[in-house]
Design a binder for this molecule. Structure first.
Ligand SMILES: Cc1cc2nc3c(=O)[nH]c(=O)nc-3n(C[C@H](O)[C@H](O)[C@H](O)COP(=O)(O)OP(=O)(O)OC[C@H]3O[C@@H](n4cnc5c(N)ncnc54)[C@H](O)[C@@H]3O)c2cc1C
Length: 397
């Protein structure tokens, strides 16, 4: 079967939703199609590792309501081929979709453990992964969380919060190492341990086996660990296969210009997939966060409908860990010079990441409402030093 759309969006995630709504706002009558590999209509991904576990949100409430934009959703369909000359894509079931303008919003996929995904080994990304993990996450069940980054640490906190026995393992020295200053990373390790999470630092999973009752993990230090389920948060890689196969410029994501347009004038890219230039950081960036997906999706949608300017937003992101929470802007890289400004050590404060007199990143740790102030600071030329930064962003009450 062949479908035809003015605007076609490949990928049915958060960027796709924002784009469809923006296109509709700019063009009341255009035909908009979304082809998404997941069976669900676009939904909010962040609650999968946080709010759904705390009961702050229900599964029914994370739907983004994309259908209200009038976009037609083709769900459970993975696009396998893109023919740029014919302006047509084809899905795995053989249906094809012609377009006038195309948005690639295929997001990213989880990095994999050296063992197959199954009912008890979950590379966590989708609502389906949430359902599978939830089925094993009964009180007292022993669950291994592999990875000490954003997803791993959020899941460890959430699983502990529902009464699971959690062992977290990661190759680095501590949770969030490489991102936070040493003192904050050490504080976080202690904070997790105090809430019953066992930490195995400096190890990797080298192999594993699943049977009817659990998973046996073999670790790089020779130990083995038997758990009811293992969930991995090892970072993601952008889903660039389609773009690369079609000959678009790809370099850690689909390379886009200031309008978020790819190397093909009829094709845009947004969200986790897109590699864009950030004027305030003066470098290219690919951001795997909600705010980027929503802002870029909206911007690309407007641009496709002929109403785009330059995309200059520096995305922010946020996370929740037990009762800690933060927002952050720019680069959180502990190799830069972190300048810590705590009003309550490791509980409330701001960390500035300095690079040769310029601020490249700002971590707002339990400090709220200051994302714009952080963006403004990062856009400034400086020069800044530790003394001039302390106290610059207020911590609030
Ligand atoms: C558990 C979890 C928690 C998170 N928490 C936070 C947070 O607290 N804060 C924050 O800022 N960010 C968070 N993020 C990141 C945020 O959710 C992502 O940055 C955002 O979802 C990216 O949106 P996207 O539309 O670019 O990609 P995705 O949401 O990945 O959507 C892409 C969609 O495209 C589909 N697709 C891929 N290839 C094809 C194809 N060939 N054909 C058709 N469809 C295809 C995929 O199946 C997927 O449904 C979290 C992510 C996860 C997984």
């Amino acid at each position: 079967m062949e479908h035809e759309y003015d605007y076609l969006i490949v990928g049915g995630g958060m960027a796709a939703d924002a784009a469809a709504k923006a296109i509709r706002a700019a063009d009341a009558t255009a035909g908009i199609g979304i082809v998404g590999a997941e069976a669900e209509a676009p939904y909010e991904r962040p609650p999968l590792s946080k709010a759904l576990w705390k009961g702050d949100k229900s599964l029914g409430s994370i739907d983004l309501g994309t259908a209200a934009s009038g976009a037609r959703l083709h769900l459970g369909r993975r696009v396998e081929a893109l023919d740029r000359a014919a302006r047509r894509v084809r899905d795995a079931r053989g249906d094809s979709y012609r377009y006038r303008r195309l948005l690639l919003a295929t997001g990213a996929m989880p990095r994999r453990l050296p063992l197959a995904d199954d009912d008890r080994v979950i590379h966590f990304r989708t609502v389906d992964d949430y359902r599978r993990l939830r089925a094993h996450a009964v009180a007292g069940a022993h669950v291994a969380v592999i990875g000490g980054g954003f997803i791993g640490s959020e899941l460890a906190a959430s699983l502990a919060g529902v009464g699971c026995r959690v062992t977290m393992l990661f190759p680095a020295r501590s949770i969030g190492s490489g991102r936070y200053p040493d003192g904050l990373a050490t504080f976080l390790d202690d904070y997790f341990r105090a809430r019953g999470v066992e930490l195995l630092a400096g190890v990797k999973v080298v192999e594993g086996r699943t049977d009817d009752t659990g998973v046996e993990l073999v670790l790089s230090d020779g130990r083995s660990l038997r758990v009811a389920a293992a969930v991995a948060g090892l970072g993601v890689t952008p889903n660039t296969a389609l773009a690369a196969q079609a000959g678009l410029a790809v370099d850690d994501g689909v390379v886009v210009d200031a309008q978020l347009r790819s190397s093909d004038p009829n094709i845009w890219a947004a969200g986790d997939l897109a590699n864009f230039f950030s004027p305030s950081l003066g470098r290219r960036l690919r951001v795997e966060h909600e705010n980027a997906a929503v802002e870029m999706g909206g911007h690309a949608g407007r641009a496709m409908a002929g109403a785009g300017g330059e995309f200059t937003t520096l995305p922010y992101f946020y996370s929740d860990l037990f009762d800690l929470g933060y927002e952050a802007v720019g680069l959180l890289d502990a190799r830069l010079q972190p300048v810590e400004d705590w009003s309550e050590p490791h509980r409330k404060g701001v960390v500035y990441y300095l690079d040769g007199g310029r601020v490249r990143g700002v971590l707002l740790w339990n400090v709220w409402g200051q994302v714009e102030a952080a963006r403004t600071l990062i856009a400034q030329e400086g020069p800044f030093d530790a003394a001039s930064l302390r106290g610059r962003i207020a911590h609030g009450d």
